[in-house]
Write a new protein. Sequence first.
Length: 207
Amino acid sequence: MQVQALLATRDPDDRTHCIMVNIPCKSLACLLRSIPYWISAICLMGEQIVVRLGKLTDYGLVLMTCIARDQGPPLRTARDLARESKLPLSTVSKLLKELLQSGLLISHRGIKGGYILAREPHEISVVEMIAAIEGPMALTECSTEITGLCNLEPCCPIKSNQQIINQAVRGVLEKITLSDLMHPMHLTNIKDARGKLVTTIASGGIQ
């Protein structure tokens, strides 16, 4: 089956490029693996829209989890984390720099230097980690606080709804912390105030 995909990519100089491609569904994953700095992909398949986190963001979550698992001395170096995560050292170094600049990590120089978390794992949300790599979370251009990014914005009939959806998704991710990522998570059904079953995430302290 053919899919139409809007790809947002970032080159090694941190310049962002957007391309629209028509490609067989089975070939899409291969295409994404061939782009070293892709940020996100929106695949339009009929009425279904699939939004993905970028590869670097996924890797950033992996690195933060690796650091959180062992907070004791010695400090974690880029080489240690590359070995543990099976990621290229250059990618790990790039991500550590971005996480450090976002205030999620603290670095210590010297022979025994390295990186530690700036806060406890339960105090760092998934939203913060995503924002550290991709910037403020927005499912659509009109979901941001910046106006004028979309030509349809002045007449879009669902702009406010898109913003509400973005807030709802953000609200869920704000409740999930780095501490939760360190443990198995699962979906569970609970009853809302009207007795209707709704699906939610359960892991440790969140539900």
